[in-house]
Design a protein around this ligand. Sequence first.
Ligand SMILES: [Zn+2]
Length: 120
Amino acid sequence: MIFALICLIAKSSLMCQTTVLSQNDNITIAQCNNCKVLNIWRAGVLMNFSFDQFEVFYQSTKKLSFDDYLENRPDGKEVVILSTPLPDISLVFTRYEWEEFFHKVDEALYMRRIYEMVHF
Ligand SMILES: [Zn+2]
């Protein structure tokens, strides 16, 4: 049900033309038009998606309601945990982080559409 794609790759960025799509103190979402890759930088985690993978990720997570997937962290805080293709690594979101994350993803997709209109 909950689905996320994550790749942990140390890759050269020499050829990259990175465009920042959305950003705040905690999250940066950028894309490289050379690699056709979208990156989400978030609290020590770098998520790399192909454009197609990102679409799948977005479609499968955007309608998830935080309250439907609540779990409790050992300290009692309510969180949602997204699994990744790496079975021992999950992404954890507090309610605030969840809302912030998808707000930034929406903003990034909006900016992508703007850039596509401008550049193509
Ligand atoms: Zn690149």
